[in-house]
Design a protein. Sequence first.
Length: 291
Amino acid sequence: MLKGFGAKLKALFGINTFDESYFEQLEDFLIEGDLGAKLAFTISDDVRKRAKSEKSKTAQDLQLLVKSHLHGKIEAFQPTVESGKLTVFLILGVNGVGKTTTIAKLASMYKQQGKNVLLAAADTFRAAAIDQLEVHANRLGCRIVKQKSGSDPGSVVFDAITSAQARGEDLVLVDTAGRMHNKENLLRELSKIDKIVKGRGIDEVHYKKFLVIDSTTGQNGISQAELFNQAVKLDGLILSKYDSLAKGGALIQIGEKFGIPVSFVGTGETYQDIKAFDKEEFLNTLVGLTD
Ligand SMILES: Nc1nc2c(ncn2[C@@H]2O[C@H](COP(=O)(O)OP(=O)(O)OP(=O)(O)O)[C@@H](O)[C@H]2O)c(=O)[nH]1
């Protein structure tokens, strides 16, 4: 787990016998933790310098040194949802990352904040996806806009936004298809949805695109971020399954390469298991500064 990576780092720094194999092991840990080869080298080189200097080099000092390298590479972003002015969130992600569950959690969270939330079932490729979203909508007491499976996702988005605007609702959460087997199709379909949202008069402030990344997938998250960011410029990441065996280091690389901040973290399977991303807490956990 993430915590496991942090614990490994903490244990290694606790050894304090600074020979070559030590630095090799450190570099390996950092790569295993999905920080990427370049950053792993920079960090281990800096730890090497610190180890040779007179500066204090307790395990905690070295963990803080690693943290200082990561600090500028990841940011938090919290979207705002106003009352009385429609905001649209496009929720993206490959199948199985926890997209539908995340939509339900967000709907529950914003409902608790007094917002009127509408779900748009724009993953029309699988009937099960529409059904699953409908189950959540019924449980949460949210409206859902859907069409039959196989229909045009853009048309679902158009209907959902038009309907929400007519009723003065606050937030539309759009579920999207996450098939990866045909990249061109996916890109085309997403940019079509993107155009429809903008065409309904939703400005940048009220239109945010989030990619759900499964924290257990490590490196794959980086290529997913690249692909979806190419289709629609992403505003934020949602890290799901952070309670499971998590490898959150990929977020650092995504932040560094594409400048995409992190918005929410999913920590379980119930509607309450979502929270705003806390950069300090995340970094402390990543480098093992918390228990
Ligand atoms: N432990 C844990 N499980 C989660 C979390 N988020 C989602 N899941 C589980 O992950 C599985 C997949 O979630 P879905 O929401 O169905 O994923 P999806 O991306 O919509 O998948 P498709 O509908 O297949 O596209 C489900 O069993 C969820 O309960 C989380 O934060 N923690």
